[in-house]
Design a protein around this ligand. Structure first.
Ligand code: ADP
Ligand code: MG
Length: 677
């Protein structure tokens, strides 16, 4: 048997099991060895029911009675009476109706392990795991690995098959450099894998997890170190600093730059002067004024004869940027063009021509920019707005549209927690706008019960009477008969025909034609629409400073970062702004909603979101879903620091990755995923 042996050759694996494994991406013996347990249940300390007390408890009991009943949409509660020879207690599961089938038949004894806590007016064992006593491994301290569930496959069978291939686990190839293992005093890869699948005592799991988590982080950090070294070898464009050009640009701005904007712009200008292409992330909370930093740099680039490409994720945002930049740059004779899917026919042809002959200096657009038909005259500077909305590939394609590697400025309003900044974005230089423009007031955010919408509309109306504008955000476009979630279509009709009859209401959603979207957006910008009823198409970037109030319907349906982004559409002027989060029902608000009500700080919220949902959800599947960290958590800053130190010294030592075949494959995979260019 080899690591590459197909699972179907393993004893006890039938054709059906092979299929089930395959559905989880497991094909070979090696795949299954790498399929590490999600957690370990400790059944070693069993208590009698008569001795139970609040906290994490394990009992050995039979199930006497069990039933499941629906409580409301989306919630089914299963309750059971569990007995041992000392007494009885009640257990409860939420949305695990299969417990009824698992526990109903027979007189089998199970280990139940869960939190014994006070809930709904009584003490109960909450959501306990249940393992049949006769299924438990015998020769361990009753420390049971729990695997991610594979549809149709019992974890019991997974454990049995792992026992079959266990002999192979004693001679796995080493995947960390020996020096690193020695200096960090780690156990070998084989020992670690065995410690995960077949732990004898709790310390085995701890040691194994530490070593394996370190390994994942080390690979990730090494990849970003190597990317950084590769980048340093590239030859870019030299764009010299011209003080007068920059000073004139700053002088004509309708406002004074913040200190943070000045610092960031200066960092970009300095990078322009180097032959190594810039690789910089401009990170600033919503409304911190990133666009003008890009505009200033584009001015400098144009003065030296270089074109700038600015890519934004939506058409609405692209046309808004084109407008803003043309207002700022046209006075200096810098031409700005807009390229999106809706520029068609002769206009598109002319634009292609102008991009090619260099008569357009700054090209703003959606991913239409990366099409093969777009040729630049001399592309020196690439700006990606809301960079987390794009995949690595799209960025790379834009960067290849130049003879030399252009300077890259990636902008994001989603603040990146320090741990991620170190790992995934380790190769980047970072500029931070940690200061809002003068005179901004914190947005007042309030959770709102759906039962008192009348008062809410009165508040919105008062804002409009004072000359301001507002947004109403719904997650759906059309009403769905299966649920009560509000839609923009229905809300638009309702608001226009009754509640806000005396106001001008606009409708915006992603299924509208681009010229319709543009039209309503520019009416809203001009102040000809009082209330814009919109889906999340306005989530990123949209800038209408006169809008000061936002209602988000069914706010519990949105993620934390998304709510923060949406809310960022108000609070863009010196007027006090308000954001009302209307909940779907009057049940208790979620942690997410409480956090967003409490804080306006995108940085803090991103940290919370990272804890609640994990990095993949936040930073876009395209990039980070594939990072696929099994063991490591990006909140373990101590381990990250250790891995960082080792990765740096490994990269600096010039040791060849070729010596480490296993390591190399994984590192190269990460390099492709995390590189910016
Ligand atoms: P974001 O960082 O969210 O992309 P924008 O670049 O859209 O922010 O800027 C938000 C708003 O603030 C815009 O209306 C912009 O004109 C304005 N703005 C930017 N910098 C300043 C400043 N230093 N003082 C006042 N207003 C500013
Ligand atoms: Mg922006």
């Amino acid at each position: 048997m080899l690591l590459t042996t197909s699972l179907q050759k393993v004893k006890g694996v039938g054709p059906k099991t092979v299929e089930q494994f395959a559905s989880a991406g497991l094909h070979t013996v090696g795949d299954l060895i790498d399929f590490l347990p999600r957690k370990h249940e400790d059944f070693s300390e069993v208590v009698k029911i008569s001795d139970i007390h609040p906290g994490k408890m394990t009992i050995k009991a039979r199930c006497e009675k069990i039933e499941t009943r629906p409580v409301r949409r989306g919630l089914r509660i299963t309750t059971a009476t569990l007995v041992d020879d000392s007494g009885k207690l009640q257990a409860v599961w939420f949305n695990q109706p299969y417990r009824t089938t698992q526990l109903a038949k027979g007189d089998d004894e199970f280990f139940f392990s869960g939190e014994f806590e006070f809930n709904y007016n009584k003490y109960q064992l909450s959501n306990p795991s249940a393992e049949k006593v006769t299924d438990m491994p015998v020769n361990t301290d009753r420390l049971l690995p729990v695997y991610r569930s594979i549809k149709g496959l019992k974890s019991q069978l997974v454990r049995k098959i792992l026992t079959e291939i266990r002999p192979l686990m004693t001679m796995l190839p080493e995947t960390l450099p020996q020096d690193v293992i020695k200096s960090e005093k780690f156990i070998s890869r084989s020992e670690a894998v065995l410690g995960m699948h077949f732990p004898k005592k709790p310390e085995d799991v701890l040691q194994a997890r530490e070593r394996l988590a370190f390994e994942e982080l080390f690979q990730l950090l090494l990849a970003s170190q190597l990317n950084k070294l590769d980048n340093a070898k590239l030859e870019g464009w030299h764009i010299p600093f011209d003080q007068k050009i920059v000073a004139d640009f700053v002088k004509q701005l309708p406002f004074e730059l913040t200190g943070a904007q000045r610092r960031a712009a200066w960092e970009v200008i300095q990078d322009f002067e180097k032959m190594t292409p810039m690789n910089r992330l401009l990170q600033g909370d919503v409304g911190s004024g990133k666009t003008v930093v890009a505009g200033l740099a584009a001015r400098q680039a144009a003065a030296s004869g270089f074109q700038t490409a600015l890519m934004a994720p939506t058409e609405i945002l692209s046309s808004q940027h084109a407008e803003t930049l043309s207002r700022l740059l046209q006075p200096f004779g810098v031409n700005v063009g807009l390229l999106t899917g809706s520029v068609k026919g002769a206009a598109r042809k002319t634009l292609y021509e102008q991009i090619k002959n260099g008569s357009v200096d700054v090209v703003v657009g959606t991913h239409a920019l990366i099409q093969e038909t777009v040729h630049f005259h001399k592309l020196g500077f690439v700006v990606i707005d809301e960079q987390h909305r794009f995949g690595v590939k799209q960025r790379q394609e834009l960067l290849t549209k130049s003879e030399h590697m252009p300077h890259l400025l990636a902008m994001t309003a989603t603040p990146i927690p320090r741990s991620l900044a170190l790992t995934v974005y380790g190769e980047l230089d970072v500029s931070i706008l940690n200061e809002l423009p003068k005179g901004r007031k914190p947005i007042e955010t309030k959770l709102w019960s759906p039962n008192s919408q009348a008062q809410l509309y009165a508040k919105v109306d008062a804002e409009i009477a004072a000359g301001r504008q507002g947004y109403v955000i719904c997650s759906l476009i059309d009403d769905n008969p299966d649920n009560e979630i509000k839609s923009v279509q229905a809300e638009f009709v309702k608001l226009q025909n009754s509640i806000f009859k005396h106001r001008r209401i606009g409708l915006l959603h992603g299924k509208m034609k681009s010229d319709e979207k543009d039209e309503v957006m520019s009416r809203f910008s001009r102040g000809d629409v009082d209330i814009l009823v919109s889906t999340t198409v306005v989530e990123v970037g949209v800038d209408v400073p006169n809008a000061t109030v936002m209602i988000i319907e069914n706010a519990d349906r949105f993620g934390l970062s998304q709510l923060h982004q949406l809310r960022g559409r108000v609070g863009r002027s010196s007027h006090q702004s308000y954001c009302y989060l209307v909940m779907s029902d009057s049940s208790k608000p979620t942690q997410r909603l409480k956090e967003i009500e409490k804080s306006n700080d995108g940085f803090y919220l991103a940290e919370v979101d990272l804890k609640l949902r994990g990095p993949g959800e936040i930073y876009g599947r395209s990039q980070h879903g594939a990072l696929n960290l099994q063991i490591a958590t990006l909140s373990d800053t101590k381990l990250i620091a250790r891995a960082q130190k080792q990765a740096k010294s490994f990269a600096a030592s010039g040791a060849s990755l070729l010596q480490y075949k296993e390591l190399a494959a994984q590192v190269q995979h990460y390099q492709r995923l995390t590189t910016l260019n």
